[in-house]
Design a protein around this ligand. Sequence first.
Ligand SMILES: Cc1cc2nc3c(=O)[nH]c(=O)nc-3n(C[C@H](O)[C@H](O)[C@H](O)COP(=O)(O)OP(=O)(O)OC[C@H]3O[C@@H](n4cnc5c(N)ncnc54)[C@H](O)[C@@H]3O)c2cc1C
Length: 415
Amino acid sequence: MSLPSEVDVAIIGAGAAGLGAARALERSGLSVIVLEARDRVGGRGHTIMAAPDIPFDLGCGWLHSADQNSFVDIAQQLNFEIDKTRPPWREQSFDAGFPPKERADFIEAIDDFYDRAEAAAKSGHDSAASAWLEPGNRWNPMIDAISTYVNGCELDRVSILDMDAYVDTGINWRVRRGFGALMAAYGAPSPLAFNCNVTRIDHSGPRLRIETSRGTLSAAKTIVTVPTNLISDEAIAFHPALPAKVDAARGLPLGLDNKVMLALSDPDALPKDGNLRGATMRTAMGGFHLRPFGQPCIEGFFGGSFARALEDAGDGALAAQAIDEIVVLLGSDFRRKLKPLAESRWAHDPFARGAYSHALPGHAGARAVLAAPVDGRLFFAGEATSPNFFSTAHGARDSGERAASEVVVAISAAR
Ligand SMILES: Cc1cc2nc3c(=O)[nH]c(=O)nc-3n(C[C@H](O)[C@H](O)[C@H](O)COP(=O)(O)OP(=O)(O)OC[C@H]3O[C@@H](n4cnc5c(N)ncnc54)[C@H](O)[C@@H]3O)c2cc1C
C-alpha cells in the first residue's frame, strides 16, 4: 500500500498488538495505516514451511490460557483448526535419562519454589525470583532452565511481583497450520505499509510528524507497538524525548528463546507429541517436542543465556546442539536420522532484538508506565504493556485493542 501523507491514526508495527489495534479501529470511521518495518505481518508470530508438510512457528506457537485467549475465537472464525492435545512438557519419553521417580521429585521441587515465590509476592515487596530457590536443592539448575523457557532468562533477572501478576490458566492449545499463519490471515484486511521503518516521531507540533524509511506522514494519533528492546535502544527517536518510556522499557527487557526444527527420517521410532529434556542437572539444555502433531520432525527449544550463546555461535549451532542432546538420550543411531531444517535467530532480528519481555526485579510497575498514553496523542501497546498476559501473543493482541479504544475515547472527547 502507498504511504498516505496524513491519517487519523498511525499504528507502528504489524505484530499481534498492531493488528489487534487495526482490526479494532476497522469500523471507527477513522483513517488508519499500519507502518511495518518488515515485508510481512506477524512480528514475533511467524510461520514458515520448514518442509512441504511441516509448518514451523519460529516465534509463538502455543495458545496459552486457551480458555481466555482471544486468538481462539479468531482461529475458529477463520477456519484454522485448533489442536487440543495436552502439551507433553512434564513427560519424558521412554523415561530417557529422567526416570518417573526423579520427575516426581523435580515437579515437587519446582512446585514448592513457585509456592514460596508466590507467598513472597503477597508481601508486595519485590525481589529476584532466584532468592526463593531452596539453597543447595539439587534441582535448582533445572528450575532455572524452566525459567529460561518461560521468561527467556534466568531467575536472578525475574521480578517475583511480575511473575505473580502473570495469568496462566494451564490450558494450552495449538493452531495446526501455525500461529503465525493465523496472525497473517487475521491481519490481511488491515491497511498495511510494509518495508516502512519508523525512525522518528515528532510530537512537538499540533499534529504528529512520523518519519519512516518510505517518507514522512502526519497523524493525529499514533499507537506504538514495537518491542521494548527497540524503545530502550531508542530505535525510534521521540521529539521531545520520552525518558519515562525509555526507562520503563529498560526495566522490561526481552529475554531470549530460540527454536530449531529437525526432520526425522524414522518417525515410527518415536511417539507422537512426546517430549525429552536434554539433561536434568544443568541450566544449559534444550527441551524437545517429539513429532508435534504427529509430523516426522522434532522441535527443539533453547532459552536464556544458553540460547544467546548458541545464536551467537552462528547458523546451525542450535541444530548441532539439539542433535547432540538427543543422541545422548536416544542413541547414536539418531545422528543419521535427524536433519536440520530451520532455526530462529530472535536476538539478531533487528525488529525484535529478543523473544519476550520480563520485568527485572524492582520493575514490575514498568508495564503500567509503558502502557500509559502521552498527551492524549501517543498510545502504547505490545505484549510488554499487558498487565497479566505479557510475553504472549494474545496479551499483545488484547493490548492493541485496549490502545485502539483509548484512541477512540480521546478523539470523541476532543470533538
Ligand atoms: C521463540 C518464541 C516463542 C514464543 N512462544 C509463544 C507462545 O507459544 N505463545 C505465545 O502466546 N507467545 C509466544 N511468544 C511471544 C509472542 O510471539 C509475542 O509476545 C507477541 O507475538 C508479541 O507481539 P507484539 O505485537 O507485542 O510485538 P511484535 O510481534 O514484535 O510486533 C511488533 C512489530 O513492530 C515492527 N517494528 C519494529 N520496529 C519498527 C519500526 N521502527 N518501524 C515499523 N515497524 C517496526 C516489527 O517488525 C513487528 O512486526 C514467543 C516468542 C518467541 C520469540
